[in-house]
Design a protein around this ligand. Structure first.
Ligand code: PMP
Length: 434
């Protein structure tokens, strides 16, 4: 009798149904792999160079000062100095008056900002349009909220005259995009500059998206964490600044990407109160509040950047200049060995074509795992070089269409990029020597 009742109890699933099918996570898997094998890690997206000196100094000052209150709770929706400067800064960028208490909310990284958006806006049965390839967490977060992701791919066009491909060659098909909007569509996620491709959406592309959002009364969750990382004189255009978009857009940003401090996990949302009031409800009932010291120091960073806005000493300008050089260095290394790079217009990522390396890692017919995923694992183990398979940034239906690319992160010290170059050169030499 006892064992029967025990059995009945144990057959009941412990986990909530909303967790079904979202238990795997590419980062957990690849971070573990990179830690297990001795690797040059161009996988996960974080800088291995130090954050700017002014930010480290501000942190030291915050810790050495007598203001003990920086170690205690602060305002739930954002430390007052941080929301104040963010309202000023983004107010200037957007050309509108922003209220620090209602138009800005600080989050635990952009990641939690995304989570708040999906929890606040998405109901059972709602559809969310996601442009592929996409930062992978959008899909499970939509599902966890009870929504259905609807994917629409950027389609690559062959570049002219044997030139290297650019992220600008990956474009939405306007008819295909329009066909994804329906009465069930509640939101669209835009990520420009885009992780993983580095695509910076043009004004025309943003207008196409904006017109559809307005026509179908759809919200836009605009993940702009790489807003300062744009190259070759490109301009990052905020979709919230386009006609009819402010009222339906939440802008998401990250101090991790902005000031090269991904470990601090300070992010923010900027938008109209009619949207942000619901993000505050999710925030106060989950995380409630983010680390005070980190918020205080990020506020000081923004204060500096506001004073230096557009000037050569601005960190935002210097960082993108430095990263552009690193991008060019990695483009050169990859191109020299035939791992064709797609030149990114923004972000610190670069996607490369591994087709010419297929003979080194033979395909396994009928394998469920996309080819690029097996290739990336093989490369970590056998070459000591870590990158992320592009298929990880696609929904199930397209994983095997875009399975011969891998993503590298080039926010790395010169020595790291050189080590990666050495690995690629040696590999090429082994391939070509009889
Ligand atoms: N959005 C995108 C597009 C990202 O690439 C990342 C980080 N890789 C995030 C959001 C999360 O940012 P954070 O570290 O601030 O949570």
């Amino acid at each position: 009798f006892f064992s029967l009742s025990l059995q009945a109890k144990m057959s009941r699933p412990v986990q909530a149904r909303r967790l079904e099918g979202i238990d795997k996570n590419i980062w957990v898997e690849f971070v573990k792999l990179a830690a297990t094998y001795s690797t040059v890690n161009l996988g996960q997206g974080f800088p291995d160079f130090p954050p700017p000196a002014f930010l480290k100094e501000a942190l030291l000052r915050a810790l050495s000062e007598e203001n003990h209150m920086l170690h205690q709770y602060t305002r739930a929706f954002g430390h007052p100095p941080l929301v104040k400067i963010l309202a000023q800064f983004f107010g200037k960028l957007l050309g509108r008056d922003l209220d620090p208490t209602t138009n800005v909310m600080v989050t635990v990284g952009a990641y939690q900002a995304l989570f708040c958006c999906f929890q606040a806006f998405i109901e059972e049965g709602d559809e969310v349009i996601i442009i592929e390839p996409f930062f992978d967490c959008y899909e499970p977060m939509v599902k966890m909220a009870g929504g259905t992701p609807v994917f629409v791919p950027l389609r690559p066009k062959a570049p002219k005259d044997g030139k290297l491909m650019s992220s600008a060659d990956w474009q939405l098909d306007p008819t295909e995009l329009a066909s994804k909007f329906s009465e069930r569509t509640k939101a669209l996620v835009l990520n420009s500059p885009n992780n993983p491709l580095g695509k910076v959406f043009s004004r025309g592309e943003l207008e196409l998206i904006a017109d559809l959002c307005v026509k179908h009364d759809v919200l836009c969750i605009s993940d702009e964490v790489y807003e300062w990382l744009v190259y070759d004189g490109k301009e990052h255009i905020r979709i919230a600044s386009l006609q009819g978009m402010w009222d339906r857009t939440v802008i998401i940003g990250s101090a991790g990407k902005t000031f090269s401090v991904t470990g601090w996990k300070v992010g923010w949302t900027v938008g109209p109160n009619r949207l942000l009031q619901h993000l505050r409800t999710v925030h106060q009932n989950s995380v409630y509040h983010c680390a005070t010291v980190a918020q205080d120091v990020v506020a000081q960073g923004f204060q500096r950047e506001l004073e230096l806005y557009g000037k050569p000493d601005s960190y935002f300008i210097q960082l993108s200049k430095e990263l552009q050089q690193k991008r060019d260095r990695l483009v050169q290394s990859l191109d020299a060995v035939g791992m064709k790079p797609i030149i990114p217009e923004g972000t610190y990522f670069l996607v490369a074509d591994i087709s010419e390396f297929k003979s080194d890692v033979p395909d396994v017919p009928d394998s469920e795992e996309p080819y690029d995923s097996r290739f990336a694992k093989w490369m970590v183990k056998n070459k000591g070089l870590a990158a992320i398979p592009l298929s990880a940034f696609y929904g199930e239906a397209h994983k095997n269409h875009y399975n011969h690319f891998i993503r590298f992160c080039f926010a790395k010290e010169e020595a790291t990029l050189k080590a990666a170059n050495d690995i690629l050169q040696n590999w090429k030499r082994e391939k070509t020597s009889p």
